[in-house]
Design a protein around this ligand. Structure first.
Ligand SMILES: C[S@@+](CC[C@H](N)C(=O)[O-])C[C@H]1O[C@@H](n2cnc3c(N)ncnc32)[C@H](O)[C@@H]1O
Length: 336
């Protein structure tokens, strides 16, 4: 049967096709083996709205659509609510098919920008995805957004990414609530009562707590008392007083749990280790030796075991790191 999505234009040589995904409307499926790290789709937005979503007005989307070429307008009109009904209005079509950029971007200048992406938003969600869209929720670049494989994806396999960057630290129930009960994810981590789901909830709760100890706040910038019940540890984290050794161990624990969960990929790795390369911060010679030995290990478990030798050790650079992190916080620079 003819379906509007069959008329959506895919890039030449795209390694995926659009087709029905049982229980999820339509989705994107690999047409050949896609290797880990490979770019699946690089897409420019059909149009952008250069203001935060909460300042959007009713005519913003129709006005942007009016400025499109006739061909682009036709493509926009192919969008369906989860591949079935027409959207009641253009605003809702945009809401279901946009990605959000924060901060200055080539796409929208300074400030917050939302872009409408016809193809990127065809991929369905999974809490255990095989792909990622690294720039969504961060800074867009002049090429728009890129979706990359975070695992090898076999021909015929559905391509999924995680719709919410906070999900790595959320339990099954928290994720369901965050999805607004719009749909129920059926990934392995969401199958209630299985050993994997229980272990997954524990890992994700630990990941969230460890991130709090490193950043002194939740991923969304808020503070909470319930996550870290030891008030001394919590206050030290919130004051950014956590030592480099502790941060180093926590970061390796996060990486270990992410790997166990099947979530450790290049994007996560860069977030954990490239933004703030802790190993390079140690100033006390004996700590430097342990940090170097940690980095040299070839599995996360081994790295973690070696990193734990740093437990309880102060470092000559502790105060300097705390001062630097506080300055960043005063300037409004977030760690993620
Ligand atoms: C951006 S669209 C994704 C493409 C959509 N399936 C389509 O056919 O156009 C998001 C919608 O897809 C559906 N969806 C995405 N991931 C899903 C999942 N894991 N399980 C069930 N439905 C899902 C939900 O209806 C969601 O609101």
């Amino acid at each position: 049967m003819d379906h509007p999505y069959r008329h959506l234009e895919l890039p030449c040589g795209a390694p995926f096709e659009l087709k029905p995904s049982p229980g999820k409307g339509w989705g994107g499926f690999a047409t050949r083996l896609i290797k880990r790290g490979e770019v699946i789709l690089s897409e420019k937005p059909l149009f952008v709205i250069r203001k935060p979503w909460f300042l959007m007005e009713e005519d913003d989307v129709p006005a942007s659509v009016r400025q499109l070429s006739p061909k682009q307008r036709e493509q926009f009109k192919l969008l369906r609510n989860n591949a079935s009904a027409h959207f009641p209005d253009m605003g809702l079509a945009f809401a279901q098919n946009n990605f959000y950029f924060t901060g200055p971007s080539h796409l929208g200048g300074a400030g917050d920008t939302c872009g409408c992406f016809l193809l990127m938003s065809r991929f369905n969600h999974s809490c255990l995805p095989n792909a990622a869209v690294p720039n969504s929720g961060g800074q867009g670049d002049k090429n728009g957004l890129v979706c990359c494989a975070t695992k090898d994806i076999a021909a015929g396999e559905e391509i999924t990414y995680c719709y919410n960057p906070e999900f790595e630290g959320k339990t099954r129930l928290e994720r369901r609530e965050a999805l607004g009960f719009q749909f129920v994810c059926d990934c392995k981590a969401c199958h209630l009562g299985t050993a994997f789901q229980r272990a997954s909830d524990m890992r994700r709760r630990l990941i969230r707590g460890l991130m709090y100890l490193c950043d002194g706040e939740e991923i969304n910038g808020s503070r909470t008392k319930w996550l870290i019940t030891d008030s001394r540890m919590r206050e030290a984290a919130e004051n950014l007083d956590t030592t480099i050794s502790s941060r180093f161990i926590y970061t390796h624990l996060i990486a270990f749990f992410l790997e166990e969960e099947g979530l450790l990929n290049e994007v996560q790795h860069a977030k954990l280790f490239a933004g703030m390369p802790l190993a390079a911060f140690f100033a006390t010679e004996s700590n430097v030796v342990i940090a170097r030995l940690t980095v040299a290990q070839n599995t996360w478990w081994k790295k973690l075991c070696v990193a734990c030798y740093l437990w309880g050790r102060g470092d000559a650079a502790d105060l300097q790191l705390t001062a630097g992190l506080r300055k960043r916080r005063d300037w409004g620079i977030r760690s993620k």
